[in-house]
Design a protein around this ligand. Structure first.
Ligand SMILES: Cc1cc2nc3c(=O)[nH]c(=O)nc-3n(C[C@H](O)[C@H](O)[C@H](O)COP(=O)(O)OP(=O)(O)OC[C@H]3O[C@@H](n4cnc5c(N)ncnc54)[C@H](O)[C@@H]3O)c2cc1C
Length: 398
């Protein structure tokens, strides 16, 4: 294949990984990366839980399962070579009753099918040895689940990219991508440049760019925010690693959990509720264009009608700090309301179908000239480098 001139839109971890892979695989002769913000990793990548997922939950054989497992090893190589902090602190998924235990057994089957190393069921006594302040009937223990700093990881990948000759253009918002049949014109800041291949990794804005360049309007991005609290420094000893609930299988989010951050902070969260805008990080901040898009999308109303109990449960955590902390106290009974202070907020780019279902797996669409990463929610950061390999292999095949 002749080497192409390529562009990537989006400087989150997926876009940077794709740009890097285009050059390092020898697919592209030159690559320009366009990011609208003044820094890389300003949205989902810099506002997540920082967990390197081991691949417990995902449907065996699906993209999430295969790319997450592969992504872990690729991240470890970059962490070691570029000195990015990475710690295998381990994770317990806790069951409080028989119904939750049955869920854990299904997760264990998936984890084993996905080849997650060292994962096994443990009893209440062993749970207390691993996490002395946690209580439960039993738990699933994943000793290799890790934590990292995804913004630092993105900067490390960007170094690989620029050292290989790539160009990062910060503060460049792409306003149009026009497929001319043989080449694609990319417009930013009133000027247009032409490329053989363009890859849209715009996260929360990916569906809009895709539709405007001729791809399908669906699936659409539904922005779900997640708020975090932080444990006060003197209470950080309540948690050693990662303590998660047995997730509700009808819902793609994992439930409020307790997560050690790589800088030693302990985060409590995130909950999951419709955001006031795709990039509306402040409480009560509203973005009318984004809200109008949600309100005008039938899929959202079908989703809402089918998920009333989950919406009520999550809505209560939005309205009441006590209810939020109660969700975590179910796993760490000593946790008190006075132990926490407000942390950051993140917004998930979760794709939704017109029938109201949430898209579970990663989704990549497009043609030989423009490709769109249309759904890369969690474990998207863990999987980012493997997503990049997959996208570049698809582009080469086309
Ligand atoms: C609360 C939360 C917790 C999570 N926890 C985890 C976790 O623990 N582990 C894990 O693996 N994953 C986690 N995830 C998921 C993970 O963060 C994402 O899968 C990943 O960051 C997606 O990366 P991205 O590059 O696709 O998107 P983003 O990081 O959102 O990057 C997209 C970029 O595109 C840019 N952009 C958009 N429009 C344009 C335009 N027109 N022109 C130029 N640039 C544009 C944006 O500014 C942005 O920088 C979490 C996500 C959230 C929100």
């Amino acid at each position: 294949m002749t080497k192409v001139r390529a562009a990537v839109v989006g400087g989150g971890i997926v876009g940077v990984a794709v740009a890097r892979e285009l050059l390092l695989s020898g697919t592209a002769a030159s690559v320009e990366l366009f990011e609208k913000e003044p820094a890389l990793a300003a949205h989902q990548t810099g506002r997540n839980s920082g967990v390197v997922h081991a691949g417990l939950y995902y449907e065996p054989g699906g993209l999430k399962a295969t790319l997450c497992r592969r992504g872990v090893g690729l991240l470890q190589e970059v962490a070691a070579r570029r000195n990015v902090p990475y710690e295998e602190c381990g994770k317990v998924v806790v069951a409080r009753d028989d119904a939750e235990l049955a869920r854990l057994r299904l997760i264990l089957d998936r984890a084993l099918a996905n080849g997650v190393p060292g994962v096994r069921m443990i009893g209440a006594a062993e749970l207390q040895r691993i996490e002395p302040h946690s209580r439960g009937l039993a738990a699933l223990h994943s000793p290799t689940t890790a934590i990292t700093d995804y913004a630092a990881m993105t900067r490390a990948l960007a170094l690989d990219f620029t050292e290989a000759g790539g160009t990062v253009r910060l503060g460049h918002k792409v306003t149009a991508m026009t497929d001319g049949g043989t080449r694609v014109s990319v417009t930013t800041g009133g000027t247009s440049s032409s490329f053989d291949l363009v890859i849209n990794c715009a996260g929360l804005q990916s569906d809009r760019l895709a539709k405007a360049s001729g791809d399908s309007a669906n699936p659409r991005i539904a922005p779900f925010f997640g708020a975090y609290f932080l444990l006060r420094p003197e209470r950080r000893a309540l948690v050693n690693g990662l303590i998660y609930p047995a997730p509700d299988p009808r819902y793609p989010f994992l439930g409020v959990h307790l997560t050690k951050r790589i800088d030693g902070e302990i985060m409590v969260g995130p909950n999951a509720f419709l955001a006031g805008g795709r990039e509306a990080y402040r409480a009560l901040q509203l973005a009318p264009r984004d809200l109008a898009a949600v309100a005008g999308f039938g899929g959202f109303w079908r989703f809402a009608a089918g998920n009333v109990p989950a919406a009520v449960r999550e809505g209560r955590t939005v309205l009441s700090r006590r209810v939020f902390i109660d969700a975590a106290r179910a796993y760490v009974p000593e946790l008190e309301l006075s132990d926490v202070m407000p942390g950051h907020r993140g917004i998930r780019a979760q794709a939704m179908n017109p029938d109201g279902s949430l898209v579970d797996d990663f989704v990549i669409t497009g043609n030989a000239r423009i490709m769109h990463v249309r759904n890369a929610p969690s474990p998207g950061a863990t999987s980012s480098m493997a997503i990049a390999e997959h996208v570049v292999a698809l582009a080469s095949a086309r």
